[in-house]
Design a protein. Structure first.
Length: 441
């Protein structure tokens, strides 16, 4: 059977950008900044993204295109031995991430309808916090939306690589970007926004510790979709003409800008309305309605915004599911439809536990975290970095000449940073990630 392929060069870049830009940027990034002391975290985050992040991304693209197989198959085709284990880790990480990601995706769908109904026509922190807390801790309602989100994800993946994934990204991502900029302008000009801007942009270096660096690394991997083979998979559907280094730089910069702008939307508003920046996962869902409440035609903006966020979440969740599907298709010879439906259903079931852990099951903890937080922490802060070490070591030491050929399109593409990239893959990324992982434990 012929493997799927992207329809065009731009299509691949857009699909990879669609994978990267998602809830990680708009939902997770602002509250992670809030929990980790603001500006100092931002600097560490940006430094990691622009060195390790972009390099590991290029490494993933290169592995994928060199092998044209799912991550598990790619490692065994290019080298074998124990390496395919890194691919399996990716499949497990995909389950862990998608299970809670889909729950949050469900929240964004719910918020389309809730904002349309005018439920949020207030800027009162307590009311908005109560609405959100009541919603996510209830039993049935979030599960219904979680089911809808997972069904949409399966639907796109069923459509296949080109029609399903690529088309969705082409129009909608630019729109999300424009709305975010409008919101950022509104947020930064709110009375009392200065305090939030200072918190976000003026680094207090005394706040940097091992935890902050570890969280910045986890956030970088999560946001760029690195460490579990999602971008190996996307690279494997790519024609040999594409300039991989340019694609990696573009995707990294696009993802980074959306995150930075989301911070500009959320954090000034948090301070202007007297919310608490360490509020956690509710931060966006509580703060944004307050911002919309302060805008002309706020309801229209709110509905549009949550629609676009849902779509951004979808273009990311499909890349998570696609890792499992590619494995089942390439290595287990399954057809796309049963693979997508089977894996999607299993992940949906794990997600039920994540959703209930916000309410009736909140007393059940693993390592002091509820199930939702445990899935998040174990994937972002452990599995993705471990995958990142494996990927950079593999490229840096095992298939360097081959990977370099791919990264430079058999040497036909100018790639001035090739030496720096190789150095980062061989030394900087593995050592830095390992150091951060160990000092976090
Ligand atoms: N990057 C996406 C976001 O920011 C989430 C995501 C999609 C992801 N695919 C991934 C995270 C692969 C880690 C690995 O929302």
């Amino acid at each position: 059977m012929q493997r799927g392929h992207w329809g065009s060069r731009l299509g691949f870049i857009l699909a990879a950008t669609g994978s990267a830009v998602g809830l990680g940027n708009v939902w997770k990034f602002p509250y992670t900044v809030g929990n980790n002391g603001g500006g100092a975290f931002l600097i560490v985050y940006l430094a990691i993204v622009l060195t390790i992040g972009v390099s590991v991304m290029l490494a993933e693209f290169s592995i994928g295109r060199a092998a044209e197989r799912s991550p598990v198959g790619a490692f065994s085709k290019l080298k074998g031995g124990y390496w395919p284990a890194a691919g399996f880790l990716g499949v497990i990480a995909s389950f862990a991430i998608l299970s809670f990601y889909s729950v949050v995706g469900g929240w964004t769908i719910a918020y389309i309808f809730k904002s349309a109904s005018g439920l949020f026509a207030t800027a009162d922190a307590e009311t908005l916090g109560g609405l959100f807390g009541g919603f996510i801790s209830s039993t049935a309602e979030p599960l219904v939306y979680h089911a809808v989100f997972m069904a949409l994800t399966m639907g796109v993946v069923l459509g296949g690589v080109h029609k399903g994934i690529e088309r969705t990204c082409t129009v909608l991502l630019p729109m999300l970007f424009i709305i975010l900029v409008i919101l950022a302008i509104r947020s930064v000009t709110l009375p009392g926004a200065m305090e939030g801007l200072a918190f976000y942009l003026v680094p207090d270096f005394s706040k940097i510790n091992a935890d902050v660096v570890g969280n910045a690394l986890g956030q970088a991997f999560f946001s760029l979709s690195l460490g579990m083979g999602a971008l190996i998979t996307y690279g494997s559907y790519l024609s040999h003409k594409e300039n991989l280094s340019r694609a990696a730089i573009w995707v990294t910069l696009a993802d980074m800008s959306v995150a930075v702008i989301s911070g500009l939307v959320i954090l000034p508003a948090v301070f202007a309305f007297g919310f608490d920046p360490t509020e956690g996962p509710g931060l966006v869902f509580i703060t944004l309605p307050a911002v919309f409440g302060q805008m002309p035609a706020g309801v229209v903006f709110a509905v549009l915004f949550f629609m676009l966020l849902t779509i951004a979440a979808l273009t990311s969740s499909v890349s998570l599911l696609e890792v499992v599907i590619a494995y089942l298709i390439d290595e287990r010879k399954m057809r796309r439809a049963p693979a997508a439906i089977g894996a999607g259903t299993l992940i949906f079931i794990v997600g039920i536990a994540c959703s209930l852990s916000m309410g009736v099951w909140s007393d059940f903890t693993i390592a002091g975290m509820n199930i939702f937080d445990f899935m998040d922490y174990s994937s972002s802060n452990v599995m993705l970095p471990v995958g990142g070490i494996a990927i950079s070591l593999f490229v840096g030491w095992v298939i360097l000449p081959r990977a370099t050929q791919e990264a430079t399109s058999q040497g036909t593409q100018p790639f001035v940073w090739v030496k720096g990239w190789q150095f980062i893959c061989r030394y900087v990324a593995p050592i830095a990630i390992a150091w951060i992982l160990i000092s976090g434990i």
